[in-house]
Write a protein that binds this ligand. Sequence first.
Ligand SMILES: [Zn+2]
Length: 135
Amino acid sequence: MMFCAVVEPLLDLYLDDRLVPVQARWVEKHAARCHACAAKLAAGRRLKAALRGTGAPAMPDGFKARLLALAQAMPSAKALAEELPSPDLRPSAALAFGLAALAVFVSGSLLGPGLPSQACSDSGSSVCFFGGRDK
Ligand SMILES: [Zn+2]
């Protein structure tokens, strides 16, 4: 039986018919056996029924005009872009990140287990740390 903690986040989505069929069946099967989740589903159905037909709330007077004024007072994307570091620095930052990622990858390859023949037979050491054959 599925746990309530798994089903509860799905209840609202179930009521809104936004689950894939297999998830909807999980919710239905669980609610058929779980009184707590069945009660939450019933409460959700009552709430949806009560809200149906109420419509969207009206915006306060002048809301749209104030919103547009705020949007126009905000700095434009172009102005924000001009505040960023100079364009010739941005590619070098990307290059530095790429080189750092490459360094991590290469060091992981060199320090990782690798092939036993590479790790042990190529080294002159008498100690092999990589699980290869002893010499
Ligand atoms: Zn439950």
